[in-house]
Design a protein around this ligand. Structure first.
Ligand code: NAD
Ligand code: DAU
Length: 351
């Protein structure tokens, strides 16, 4: 029998890579993509696989509990890979409520519906929850997040993700729901919405607009190529141990300002500009409220247990990413017209 896999948030950045990986790697699964198509959801991220016979798209909102219950009743999904979320920290500072609804209530609705269709008969079933390293809080200069690090979320976004992680674990302990969780560091690559640092900077550099760097640019993030995250998700989905958590990271820490300088160098080369021309666009702006200083993931558990490791050197991955955005300028134009302009004004005009 064909396995029915529900992937939520599949029209977003990471979700679209996960959908592509699963649809291409597993012709004997049927992959259902459930997505509300918020500002961050874009079916153009999936044009290469949209006509495959083992793929279907379902438009819907995970916050709508009656809809979710009926959907699960109708389709009887064997497994869920749950990525749908409000994902941008700055938006969680200006509008926390959407994060509470989607990230917490939406997750509980999926857990309830999954529990309801399988009752206590969970053989061969899995609820895989995709989470973030931000649940662990902020590091000083030393140390790394392990799976044992105590949760200490500090933004409405990370607090909502932490809450959803706790609920997923609670359903495992209380109801024996077969769950697995992974917490990943910052992703970069094709199809990322340009509210996030790297695509926003690429777009601004291309259009000779200021590159807004928060504070002094000293915050550190651990960057991972999105395709490596999708490969890790595939591996955990198939080989991860039920009830476990896996940290996924790039072992690749960059201060924001150093990353932006590197990006400017790459863009100068690609656009045929003088060396140093793009870096003149760097503009230090008011810091993000409660800005976490540093994230760094210790991914030795997934490396030792499942044999996963990042496949791409960061400089090469960044060059390929810039190439993708330069080759797909229509994609960028489509997502930056309309409401994006209002968002950009609100976030950056008085910063
Ligand atoms: P994204 O914002 O690009 O995509 C989110 C998707 O979820 C969109 O397609 C959106 O339409 C959909 N969605 C939002 N609300 C919904 C709702 N109520 N019902 C149904 N669909 C809804 O996000 P992303 O960056 O691809 O992140 C995906 C997941 O991975 C999130 O859970 C996020 O917390 C996690 N994560 C992201 C990163 C990162 O660097 N981007 C790192 C670690 C973990
Ligand atoms: O760590 C994983 C998380 O990474 C994910 O859970 C989130 O969904 C994802 O959005 C990302 O969160 P960050 O806040 O780290 O990513 P963002 O791209 O928004 O910012 C990266 C760093 O760059 C951060 O220190 C803030 C800074 N920044 C960001 C923007 C948008 C700037 O300096 N200027 C900007 O304009």
């Amino acid at each position: 029998m064909t396995k029915k896999i529900l992937i939520t948030g599949g029209a977003g950045f990471i979700g679209s890579h996960v959908i592509r990986t699963m649809v291409n790697n597993y012709p004997d699964y049927h992959i259902y993509n459930l997505d509300k198509l918020t500002y961050a959801g874009n079916l153009k991220n999936l044009t290469d696989i949209e006509n495959k016979s083992n793929y279907s798209f379902i438009k819907g909102d995970i916050v709508d509990d009656a809809f979710i219950m009926k959907l699960f009743d109708d389709y009887k999904f064997d497994s869920v890979i749950h990525l749908a979320a409000e994902s941008h920290v700055d938006r969680s500072i200006s509008n926390p409520n959407a994060f509470i609804h989607t990230n917490i209530v939406g997750t509980v609705n999926l857990l309830n519906a999954f529990r309801n269709i399988w009752k206590d008969n969970f053989a061969e079933k899995l609820f895989y929850h995709i989470s973030t390293d931000e649940v662990y809080g902020s590091l000083g200069e030393e140390g790394m997040f392990t799976e044992e690090t105590a949760y200490d979320p500090r933004s409405p976004y990370s607090a909502s993700k932490a809450s959803s992680d706790h609920l997923v674990r609670a359903y495992y302990h209380t109801f024996n729901l077969p769950v697995v969780i992974s917490n990943c560091s910052n992703n970069y690559g094709a199809y990322q919405f340009p509210e996030k640092l790297i695509p926003l900077a690429i777009n601004n550099i291309k259009n000779r607009k200021p590159i807004p760097v928060y504070g002094k640019g000293e915050n550190v993030r651990d960057w991972l190529w999105v395709n490596d995250h999708a490969a890790a998700i595939d591996l955990i989905f198939h080989k991860g141990r039920v009830g476990e958590t896996y940290n996924i990271g790039g072992n690749n820490e960059w201060r924001n300002i150093d990353l932006i300088r590197l990006l400017c160098e790459v863009m100068d080369e690609k656009l045929g500009r003088e060396k140093g021309e793009s870096s003149e666009l760097i503009t230090f702006v008011k810091d993000r409220a409660g800005h976490d200083l540093r994230y760094a993931i210790d991914s030795s558990k997934i490396q030792n247990e499942l044999g996963w490791k990042p496949s791409v050197d960061f400089k090469e991955g960044l060059r390929n990413t810039v190439d993708w955005y330069m080759d797909n300028q229509q994609w960028m134009e489509d997502v930056t017209s309309g409401t994006y302009q209002n968002y950009y004004k609100e976030q950056y005009d008085n910063r």
